[in-house]
Design a binder for this molecule. Structure first.
Ligand SMILES: NC(=O)c1ccc[n+]([C@@H]2O[C@H](COP(=O)([O-])OP(=O)(O)OC[C@H]3O[C@@H](n4cnc5c(N)ncnc54)[C@H](O)[C@@H]3O)[C@@H](O)[C@H]2O)c1
Length: 428
């Protein structure tokens, strides 16, 4: 039983107005909800689904029984719902026929479960970045439109109060005309050391976990949560953290895509067995402004005050939007008053999924596009993936975001997709 339903029953038994309340309750639709990939972030989303009082968790699916056991325990602290457990998402979709599916697998496993869930008739909440290669995203948008499903992407900063306030301020011209934008994440770290491959833990179907990606021997750096730092499964810091911040570029500008992208990615410091850049700079060319992404996995950023976020440089001053540090306007002029707003985040992981889930449910009811619609998530994911693509090629690329092609560049276009490992088939 969900938290809200529990509270509701308490209220109805204790009160003389039980009759009318029950009538109201009967009107509340409860959605059969299933989760694919039951790791860390999935359970943050599931918590909000349960708390909404409008979702009954009917299925949990993970290729790792150990992860499933943890998820089951966490869920039992939230609700008395008793979902069935699965290792194959196709079985779960067929048997449970969920109305809502949460996809929170590693990035290389977003496209196929999302499309399968859409095709089974479910509305989907899929995590960012929406895919691992750009043409997967094209197929995901196509499926959402063809099957008229509501597909929300987990870029919850679009509903975070402090991010929204800062974007509103910028759109109203608070910082003047913006000519340059910097997005960045700099964390401390260092060389590290390689972790040797090891035996596959009991209960984990590692072959299924690798799925459409190339098979790698099991390494505890990869799972759980470590897939972010391996190029066959994800796209490093730019694909993981970066998409949240480059998403702000499109959100603020209402542009759909840059016309060209140039990136340098390198491993100067880190010496462990991950393979993503520890140092990366990307330049995105737009008609009216220039935007960059940069990250380091060493040497935080105390000298420059902020370790992560986005700076908008305007004629009237600079706006910084961050995470725990809220948003700040530094006006031009020596004695001008700095303006600052603190964030309003939810525990345990300091996020605003609750607001995004509320928007998702309301769009499911109205059959309208959600605030982080799949097409919006696709365009923002493209910024990350184009940055990685340019870094892999070691040169600039043009981009036609209407046709989703890199004009006159067969070598670069080949990287918009990749071969899937059989039996998995690349979605079209
Ligand atoms: N929006 C955000 O702020 C935010 C924050 C954190 C993570 N995320 C995203 O959430 C996703 C999951 O990240 P995480 O940190 O929770 O990772 P995780 O490793 O904790 O969880 C992923 C789970 O998926 C399972 N899995 C792998 N392949 C599967 C398959 N084919 N079917 C079913 N289960 C499968 C894994 O066994 C694992 O339990 C990532 O895409 C990540 O980018 C988003």
């Amino acid at each position: 039983m969900s938290i809200n339903r529990r509270l509701f029953i308490k209220a109805t038994t204790a009160s003389a107005v039980a009759g009318p309340l029950l009538l109201n309750a009967q009107k509340v639709k409860t959605y059969k909800t299933a989760v694919i990939g039951t790791g860390w972030w999935a359970m943050n989303i599931t918590r909000e689904a349960v708390a909404s009082g409008q979702c009954r968790i009917v299925g949990l699916c993970d290729v790792d029984q150990n992860q499933l056991a943890i998820a089951r325990k966490k869920l039992s602290e939230m609700t008395s719902d008793d979902p069935k457990h699965y290792t194959d998402f196709r079985d779960m979709l067929k048997k449970e026929k969920p109305e809502i599916v949460i996809v929170a697998t590693p990035d290389h496993w977003h496209a196929l479960p999302t499309i399968a869930a859409i095709q089974s008739g479910a509305d989907v909440y899929v995590e960012k970045p929406i895919c691992h290669t750009i043409n997967e995203g094209v197929a995901m948008v196509k499926a959402a439109r063809e099957y008229e499903r509501v597909v929300q992407v987990g870029t919850h900063r679009r509903v975070s109060p402090h991010n929204m306030a800062a974007i509103k301020f910028l759109k109203e011209g608070g910082a003047g005309t913006v000519g340059m934008i910097r997005t960045f994440v700099h964390y401390d770290g260092g060389p590290g050391k390689p972790t040797p491959d090891s035996d596959i833990p009991e209960g984990l179907d590692w072959d299924f976990w690798c799925g459409p990606a190339p098979y790698h021997p099991f390494n505890e750096r990869m799972h759980p949560r470590g897939f972010r730092s391996f190029l066959d499964f994800a796209n490093g810091q730019l694909g993981d953290w970066g998409i949240h911040w480059v998403d702000h570029i499109l959100w603020w500008s209402e542009e759909k895509y840059p016309t060209s992208v140039h990136s340098i990615g390198a491993r100067h410091i880190v010496q462990d067995n991950t393979d993503v850049p520890d140092t990366q700079i990307v330049t995105y060319e737009f008609e009216d402004f220039t935007a960059t992404w940069e990250h380091r996995r060493y040497g935080g950023n105390d000298a420059e005050k902020h370790r992560l976020g986005i700076y908008f440089y305007g004629t009237k001053g600079i706006v910084h939007i961050g995470w725990h540090d809220g948003w700040t306007f530094y006006p031009t002029g020596r004695n001008a008053q700095i303006y600052h707003e603190e964030p309003q985040l939810h525990k345990p992981d300091d996020q605003n999924i609750q607001e995004l889930w509320t928007n998702f449910l309301s769009c499911i009811k109205s059959r309208t596009k959600p605030i982080c619609d799949i097409e919006i998530g696709h365009r923002s994911t493209n910024l990350s993936l184009l940055g990685m693509l340019s870094a892999k090629l070691g040169r600039s690329i043009k981009w036609d975001g209407e046709k989703n092609i890199i004009p006159d560049d067969p070598e670069a276009n080949r990287l918009l997709k990749r071969d899937y490992r059989p039996p998995w088939i690349y979605p079209v």
